[in-house]
Design a binder for this molecule. Structure first.
Ligand code: ATP
Ligand code: MG
Length: 137
């Protein structure tokens, strides 16, 4: 069964919509195989987003991701990676389709409510970044 990693970002955690976002995953047929609320360190955020290290927004992205706790979740189901990306909507909430998580809960391209793995290969790496095997059930 395919797995993918979701992060509910600090803006959405601060808005108290964690349950609403997790419900969207479940309502779409994805199963929560693991979940936890954590405070990322600067080193965590820099390592997680290392692929964006050269981008002009990298510093702001890292600062935002450590501005408060996040909820990391392993989602499981048929086509879990692409299904989660569909539920999330476009990176810029102004361009996100109506009814998507970012359209409904995000304010800006920086504070955009959720992260989702963008390939099955990256999902495997991102899941092992956050979870030990015994935490995934
Ligand atoms: P994520 O990786 O968080 O799921 P994404 O895959 O939709 O988002 P990426 O291109 O991987 O988008 O960018 C990672 C994050 O960096 C985005 O979620 C966003 O918060 C931020 N970001 C991306 N592009 C920009 C930009 N042009 N200006 C500011 N922030 C940006
Ligand atoms: Mg991405």
């Amino acid at each position: 069964m395919e797995q993918t990693l979701s992060i509910i970002k600090p803006d959405a955690v601060a808005k108290n919509v964690v349950g609403k976002i997790l419900s969207r995953f479940e309502d779409a047929g994805l199963r929560i195989a693991a979940t936890k609320k954590i405070q990322l360190s600067q080193a965590d955020a820099e390592a997680f987003y290392a692929i964006h290290a050269e981008r002009p927004f990298f510093k702001d992205l890292v600062e935002f991701m450590i501005s408060g706790p996040v909820v990391v979740t392993v989602l499981e189901g048929d086509s879990a990676m692409s299904k989660n990306r569909d539920l999330m909507g476009a990176t810029n909430p102004a361009e996100a389709e109506a009814g998507t998580i970012r359209a409904d809960f995000a304010e800006s391209i920086d504070a955009n409510a959720v992260h989702g793995s963008d390939s099955v290969e990256n999902a495997v790496n991102e899941i092992s970044f956050f979870f030990a095997q015994r935490e995934i059930n």
